[in-house]
Ligand binder design. Structure first.
Ligand code: BYC
Length: 321
């Protein structure tokens, strides 16, 4: 019989083999604690982002300018709720429950994406969030469909399909606005000016300051570095901005024929750190709203628990009869 150390070494070797062969780790498989912790951190942060991310756009549902625009926005915000649910479900396969993750979010012990700490000041922000924020999300998330952890990778496939749809609806809205009045065009440009830099920050700190990238890439959780994905986003977005007739607010942005990529300016990393530390323009408001929603939902959780208890008692009685 192998002793405990031999068994542990065997499990670890199997894990390493699976990662090296680019196959998926599933919930039943042995995995190192640090791999599990990294996934819980990233998936929880991702789920929280989807849930908090409903707030900036939700702010415009009652003020959407037509029934069609309202229906589109409602559907998009509902999709974000669905993404949050898939992701909490993926996190649960790692042994944490949603209640615990929600508590951590509202106690500020876990993060959510920096981007949702900025306010939505005009209706153009709805189009720009779809175009830039969902656009950045797609660049970041498509490679996550190949993440080494099966449940996360599978959740990302559906999420990415919906995010591409969101990006197109945002772009379509902006196309309508830039083909409208001078005031509408100015509204779009003003919104792009506010969202451009925060969108670049979504990809995380520069590679040199990213403590998790190297290990996450070795484990196949991340497939590209933060800077690689940021570059991909800039290159994808520049021609889309030209087609819309808007200017991206970066004087250093230009095509570099040698690199076959755009050079671009440095985001304000001090601002990024301040937002992560909780002092962004809407951090306090977003968390207060989430706390309120959680408290207001207490009766739903209690009712669901009472129903589950009743069903369980009935099954026990039937089994005993
Ligand atoms: N915001 O070592 P790093 C959406 C944290 S929602 C906040 O590079 P990592 C949508 C990072 O967590 C889409 N925190 O980390 C929804 C780490 O924290 P710790 C949201 C950030 O994990 C509604 C520390 O900084 N997408 O699309 O290797 C409406 C050091 O960073 C951020 C995801 O969540 C940030 N921007 O890489 C519309 C994607 N960046 O260790 C749209 C999944 C970094 O101090 N996540 N941090 O606790 C990822 O791909 C990776 O976690 C990241 C960061 C690329 C974001």
């Amino acid at each position: 019989m192998p002793d405990t150390d031999e068994l542990a070494a065997g499990f670890e070797a199997e894990f390493e083999r699976t990662i090296a062969a680019d196959q998926r780790i599933e919930p039943r498989d042995w995995m190192p604690d640090a791999y599990r912790r990294t996934l819980i951190r990233q998936i929880a942060q991702h789920a929280h982002s989807e849930i908090i991310g409903m707030q900036p756009e939700g702010n415009w549902i009652l003020r959407a300018p037509s029934l069609r625009r309202k229906a589109i926005l409602l559907a998009k915000v509902q999709d974000e709720a669905g993404h949050g649910m898939y992701l909490y479900a993926a996190a649960e396969t790692l042994g944490v429950d949603r209640e615990e993750l929600t508590e951590k979010l509202i106690d500020s012990k876990q993060k959510y994406s920096s981007i949702f700490n900025y306010p939505t000041l005009s209706y153009a922000d709805i189009g720009v969030i779809g175009w830039l924020v969902d656009g950045a999300a797609i660049c970041n998330q498509v490679p996550l469909c190949r993440c080494s952890y099966g449940p996360y990778a599978r959740a990302m496939i559906r999420i990415c399909k919906e995010e591409s749809f969101h990006q197109r609806q945002g772009y379509e809205l902006l196309l309508a606005m830039v083909n409208g009045t001078e005031a509408q065009r100015a509204m779009v440009q003003e919104s792009v000016d506010r969202w451009w830099w925060p969108s670049l920050m979504m990809f995380g700190p520069p590679d040199a300051d990213s403590p998790n990238t190297q290990q996450s890439m070795a484990w196949g959780i991340k497939r590209h570095t933060n800077d690689e994905l940021r570059q991909r986003f800039v290159d994808m977005t520049v021609p889309q901005a030209a087609a819309l007739g808007v200017t991206l607010p970066d004087p250093d942005l230009r095509w570099n024929p040698e690199r076959q990529a755009h050079d671009y300016g440095e985001p304000d990393w001090e601002e990024f750190k301040a937002v992560l530390a909780g002092s962004g323009p809407t951090n306090a408001q977003r968390l207060a709203h989430r706390r309120r929603a959680h408290e207001n939902g207490a009766w739903v959780r209690e009712a669901a628990q009472a129903y589950a208890d009743k069903q369980a008692a009935r099954s026990r009685k039937e089994a005993a009869a």
